[in-house]
Design a protein around this ligand. Structure first.
Ligand code: GLN
Length: 240
């Protein structure tokens, strides 16, 4: 049994240890005896993405987000959109989340036209949203992370949020919503990296990918006592 994972733009989008999410997914599969084949798709690489079960995109700065627009327009954007529409499992963080949407209007006036894989758009606000953050998700319990973004993301159409904000700003600091869910796409503003801090979310993402490939799938439980104690400590210190 195996999952094929792909990290898109590891060279351009990888803030605050976002790459750790791929390590976490790989480890939690291996600990259960499930093989994880890992590939990187960088700027300039052409890959139809049809071979992967799990696709990861990290966050980045406005500078890199402008650079990659050209690369997206050379076909990668369409391939990402088709993969999401086909029900492949995605985890996208911050800049990667924005890239899945229709556009990101930056504070310097640049409008990055993105791919519209999910029905969201992003507009830079005047104040950066920085700090520790938490939300509560129906699917994955309490999720903790760290956010640092100027972009304010708004959901529409068929996209629902990942969770309801408990601390921090979430998608836009206005509507109390954090992250996005569409088909098997999971998107969030949470760095950290987010998955080692939130094993329940990691397993939900893995289960989603495994079920798409193999049908109903029961993941063998792991000992998450250290991770959960760390999370509870954080939530206590934030008085949540
Ligand atoms: N550059 C984007 C913003 O500021 C994304 C930041 C990020 O990925 N942390 O909104």
């Amino acid at each position: 049994m195996e999952l094929k994972m792909c990290h898109i733009y590891p060279d351009l989008l990888n803030l605050y240890g976002d790459r750790g999410n791929t390590v976490c997914m790989e480890k939690r599969l291996q600990w259960r005896g499930i093989e994880c084949l890992f590939a990187e798709v960088k700027y300039g690489d052409s890959d139809p993405l049809s071979d992967y079960d799990l696709i990861f995109i990290g966050g980045g700065q406005d500078f890199e987000q402008k650079l990659l627009m050209e690369d997206l327009q050379r076909g990668k954007g369409n391939n990402i959109k088709a993969a999401a529409e086909d029900g492949k499992t995605f985890l996208a963080i911050c800049g990667g989340y924005q890239l899945l949407g229709h556009y990101y209007q930056m504070s310097d006036g640049t409008k990055c036209e993105y791919i519209g894989a999910i029905d969201v758009f992003t507009v830079a606000g005047e104040k950066r949203m920085i700090g520790n953050t938490a939300c509560i998700s129906e699917e994955a319990g309490t999720i903790v992370g760290f956010e640092n973004h100027a972009g304010k993301t708004f959901l529409s159409g068929t996209v629902r949020s990942l969770g309801t904000v408990l601390k921090g700003s979430g998608n836009n600091g206005e509507d109390g919503r954090e992250g996005a869910r569409y088909k098997n796409v999971f998107a969030t503003y949470y760095h950290g990296p987010v998955l080692p801090k939130n094993p329940e979310l990691c397993d939900l993402i893995l289960k989603t990918a495994l079920e798409r490939k193999y049908g109903f799938f029961e993941l063998q439980p792991l000992d998450d006592s250290a991770e959960n104690a760390a999370k509870e400590g954080l939530l206590r210190s934030w008085k949540l």
